[in-house]
Design a protein around this ligand. Structure first.
Ligand code: ZN
Length: 345
């Protein structure tokens, strides 16, 4: 009951990359960089295990950014000539690569870190990939001229990599779709379908993470404009409930998401965000258990997985470790509190 995991990313050590940045520069090159990525991956697996997480991941130590890490291994993308583009409906500007020809995988994308992680933990292993809608929102299109067509082209490539990750021994494959909360109707109209294409044929557990973004200023300013009730999930969840995706990761603690929207997820597993990634204040076990208690009014306890609201990448290592510990301490307290008395069976 209440198996714990994180959304995905963790801070990169200062010897691997610039710290507290979303698009950090690497500190080494070639073989030295590869070794540094491997060392950081092992360090975070150990830290997640020490903190008591039930499901661990590679902390996304081998990718510069959660979207561009995947794109770097795709033919048809020009990484040399990045352009500045407003992303997430113009919320902030990013340097994005351009799609200039038909898309094709150059080979495996994440074999190195996935196999390394698998070889060094006996716990359940979750691996994250960007979702198709979020990818098309984070590249400039100079070839397809049609968002849906391009999203399904990316979905096909994601599917190839996801099937290979499953063969590597990954237990859970999670697609990150923060763009769903920006383009809610698009997500319901075809975003979920593109996601299902990316997950097609997988027999491991499949998940989607939908958040309100990392704790950076542009996102905090955006949240200020969303009013007292954040109802974006209301448009997306019914489509997800009808989909083949098994788990949904959502933002809860310190958000203005009405908790009753979780009831729209029918029989899905729900990864409830009980840790705020936009604040360095470390949650107490009581606060975490209280959030779990609120979610239990709408999610049965055997389908509730305490999680972080989003990735921890832009935080300091020290705060991130303390937040992992808060997550597991809070889940332990919730097990005591709600073992007998859980609101739903
Ligand atoms: Zn997120």
């Amino acid at each position: 009951m209440f198996q714990t995991s994180i959304a995905g990313s963790l801070p990169k050590p200062a010897w691997l990359a610039e710290t507290q940045k979303l698009w950090p520069q690497w500190k080494a090159q070639g073989a030295e960089l590869l070794q540094a990525k491997a060392d950081a991956t092992l360090l975070w697996i150990k830290a997640q295990e020490d903190a008591g997480l039930d499901i661990v991941g590679d902390g996304e130590q081998s990718r510069q950014h959660f979207v561009h890490g995947f794109l770097e291994q795709i033919e048809g993308i020009d990484f040399e000539n990045k352009i500045t583009m407003g992303i997430r409906n113009g919320r902030y500007d990013a340097q994005v690569p351009q799609v200039v020809a038909a898309l094709k995988l150059k080979g495996r994308v994440h074999a190195f870190e996935a196999q390394l992680a698998r070889a060094h933990t006996k716990r359940k292993l979750k691996f994250t990939l960007p979702g198709p809608l979020t990818i098309v929102d984070t590249v400039a299109d100079r070839f397809y001229g049609d968002k849906v067509k391009m999203a399904f082209a990316f979905a096909e490539l994601l599917n190839q990599e996801a099937l290979a990750l499953q063969a590597d021994g990954v237990d859970i494959i999670q697609f990150d779709e923060p763009a769903f909360n920006v383009y809610t109707q698009v997500a319901a109209d075809w975003g979920v379908q593109a996601l299902e294409r990316a997950a097609q044929g997988l027999i491991c557990t499949t998940a989607v993470h939908i958040c309100y973004g990392y704790g950076i200023k542009a996102n905090l300013d955006w949240k200020e404009t969303l009013g007292q009730e954040w109802r974006q999930y209301e448009t997306i969840f019914p489509a997800l409930a009808r989909s083949t995706i098994q788990q949904v990761s959502l933002e809860c603690y310190h958000s203005h998401v009405p908790p009753d929207l979780m009831a729209l997820l029918a029989d899905k597993d729900v990864m409830v965000g009980v840790i705020d990634v936009a604040s360095d204040d470390v949650e107490t076990p009581e606060q975490v258990a209280d959030t779990i208690g609120r979610a239990l009014q709408f999610v049965p306890k055997h389908r509730l997985f305490p999680c972080t609201n989003c990735g921890l990448a832009p935080m300091t290592r020290e705060i991130a470790v303390r937040k992992l510990e808060a997550l597991t301490a809070g889940a332990a307290l919730a097990r005591l509190r709600y073992a007998e008395t859980g609101v739903l069976a």
